[in-house]
Design a protein around this ligand. Sequence first.
Ligand SMILES: [Zn+2]
Length: 437
Amino acid sequence: MKRVLVGPIFLFFLLFSTLSVAAQESTRVTAIRAGHMIDVEAGRLIDNQIILIEHGLITAIGSNISIPSGAEVIDLSDSYVLPGLIDAHTHLAMTEMPGADINDHGTYYYTTLLEPTAFRAIQGVAQARTLLESGFTWVRDVGNNALYADVALRRAVEGGWIPGPNIIASGIIIAPFGGQFQMQPEKPDLGNPEYIYADTEDEIRLAVRKNIHYGATVIKLVTDNQPYIYSVEDIAAAVDEAGDVGIKVAAHASSDEGIRRATLAGVVSIEHGTRPTDKTLRLMKEMGTVLVGTDFPATRNGAERHAALVDRIRRAYEIGTPMAFGSDVEYYREGWTRGELTLEFLDSYTDAELPADYILKMFTLFAADLLGVNSGVLKQGAAADIVAVDHNPLDDINAIRGVHFVMKDGRVYKQDGRFEWETPRVMNNPRRKPQRR
Ligand SMILES: [Zn+2]
C-alpha cells in the first residue's frame, strides 16, 4: 500500500531533478576550435574542427558544428589537437632519490625500506601533477606504492583534491616468495609491504581479493623474478578471480617462458616482456595480449642492452603483437619532471623506427583499450581528455613533448603553457572499492 503513495512523490522528484540537470547542462558547454585535429584511429590530420564538450564528454565533433550561444570557446586554431596521453606502466610513489647509484639495487631497497607510505603518497601527489602537465590524462600504476598509496592517489584525483591523471591502481604486487627482492634468511619480511607473497592458487586468490577489497582496479603479478616462476594454472587463478569482478591482470614477465605462461593464462598485458622469441610474440598476437615494453631510453641502458630492446620493439611491431605505451620510469634526473622523463621514452620507439602514427596510437588509443577506459580518442561520446601541441606529431612524434594545453574530463588544467589549479571548493569522497559491474 505504501508504494502507491511513494510512487507519485518519487516521480515528482525524478522529473524535478531531470529538469534541473538539463538547466545546468545548457550553461556548461565548452567549444574547442581545433585548427588541426589528429584522428588517431585513422592516423591522419583533419583541419578546422569544432569539438563540443558537456559534463566531461565530447558531445559533438566536426567542421559544421554550430557553437551554442553562451558556450565557453577555447581557441586552438593554431594548434595540433589530440587525445590525452596515457602511460600504462608507472609507479607514482616510487622514485630513486637524488644521489642514488642507478646500478645499485640498493636504491630500490632504500626507498622501500626507508620511506613510509605517507611520504611516498605525498611524493606521488607531486609526480601526478607533472604527468598531467606533460599531457597524461590517464595512467595505470602497477605497484610498489607501499601500503596502497596508489589507491589513495586514485581517490584523491577522483575526488578533485589534487591535480593528476586519472589512475588505474594495482594495490600491492602479488608474487612468489621473495617478490622482486633478494633477501637473507634472518630478514624474510623485508618484502613487506611492497609484495604479497602468494605461492598456491588459494593464496593467489586471497591476495587478489585483498587488493580489490582495499581499492585496486587492476591486479599486478610478478611472475618470473625468481628462479621458481608461476605456472599457467597459478596465473589463471588470478585472472579468474579478478575477472569475476571485471578487473584485469597485468603480468611482469621478462623470460620467454614467463611471457609464454602468462599469455596462455589470459593476462591482459605483459609488462617488460624483455626476451620473447618470435614464436611467443606470435602467441601474444593470437591471444590479443598487449606488450607493455617499458622501453627505457638509451640514456638508461648500455649500448648492447638498448640494441636488444630496439630489436624486440621491431620484432613485435613486424609480427603485429599489440603494443601500448608504458614507461616504468622511477628515476630522477636534475632539471627534469617525471612527465618529461616519461616522454623521453619516445626515443626508443624512434630508434626502432616505428611510424609516428603507430607510436601515437601506443600513447593513446591502444593504451586506453588496455586500461578499459573511455579515452584515447577524439570522438562523440568519449571523455574530453584533450591536449594540444605546436607541431604536427604525425610529422615528428617528438612534438608531443611540447604539450601546451591540457583538458581532462572536460576541465582545463593547462592553457597557453601555464598550469592552472584552482583550490577545490568541494571535496567529494570518492569510492574506496571498485564496484561490481
Ligand atoms: Zn614497473
